[in-house]
Design a protein around this ligand. Structure first.
Ligand code: PEP
Length: 251
């Protein structure tokens, strides 16, 4: 059985007061059964989020993760944050390969693989984001693009390590656009990812991301190979995010 995971990617949004009020409001609306929850705040608020998430009626239920990590272990790399530092303040997860990092900051499949390895070396669980552009979908290249993105990480880390991580399928055309993949479109790619991972992939949590909200979460999360979601915009509203978390079922 795969316990569903619903993750909030706040991107470059938030403030100290937002972090405090989010956890207070989320704590009031969240029942905490049958689903795991993760929150990915901006790096400067990670420490505060770790503290806030350890309080209240959801203590130790909400995991905190970073949105990015250096592929280097440490040293003269101005502006970078090492995996060990992220682990040191109590985080347990890290996003790698988010399409905004791939497309806006030129992160290649090889760099994403190196970041995945850096996360593992510090015992962080990588949430590996994959997904195709609209052009790639329209050209029928979705499964091959996603397959290539996965393959470069499998080549570096091995199949078992990738299967033990979390995968987030996020079609680029659905991120922040309000356009969601239909449950059938998402299921088709999730099924292909699970097939590519073979037997070890039976235990892999594969999240869907791209304009998830409470109104569409049920239909998406009901698909057999969708094990929760990676939620951007809608996760900035604690009540909406809590409603999305409640839609996740065990499979
Ligand atoms: C994301 O940034 O990972 C994401 C899925 O964003 P949104 O939900 O806003 O489309």
């Amino acid at each position: 059985m795969r316990v569903p995971l619903v993750a909030a990617n706040w991107k470059m949004h938030g403030s100290r007061s937002f972090v405090a009020s989010f956890f207070e409001e989320f704590s009031a609306g969240f029942s905490g059964t049958g689903v795991e929850v993760a929150v990915f705040p901006p790096a400067v608020y990670l420490d505060q989020a770790v503290q806030e998430s350890a309080r209240g009626n959801f203590a130790n239920i909400v995991a905190i993760g970073a949105q990015n990590v250096s592929h280097k272990a440490g040293g003269a790399f101005t502006g970078e944050v090492a995996a060990q530092m992220i682990a040191d303040i109590g985080c347990s997860l890290v996003l790698v390969g988010h399409s905004e990092r791939r497309n806006l900051y030129g992160e290649s499949n090889q760099l994403v693989a190196a970041k995945f390895m850096a996360a593992l070396e510090s015992d962080l669980i990588p949430v590996l984001c994959v997904g195709e552009s609209l052009d790639e979908r329209e050209n029928g290249e979705t499964v091959s693009v996603v397959g290539e993105q996965l393959k470069s990480v499998i080549d570096a880390a091995g199949l078992e390590k990738v299967a033990a991580a979390v995968i987030a399928y996020e079609p680029v055309w659905a991120i922040g656009t309000g356009v969601t993949a239909t449950p059938e479109q998402a299921q088709e790619v999730h099924g292909a990812i699970r097939e590519l991972l073979g037997e070890p992939g039976q235990k892999t949590r594969i999240l869907y991301g791209g304009s998830v909200k409470a109104a569409n979460a049920d239909a998406l999360f009901s698909q057999p190979d969708i094990d929760g979601g990676l939620v951007g915009g809608a996760s900035l509203n604690a009540e909406e995010f809590s409603a999305i978390c409640k839609k996740a079922h065990s499979s």
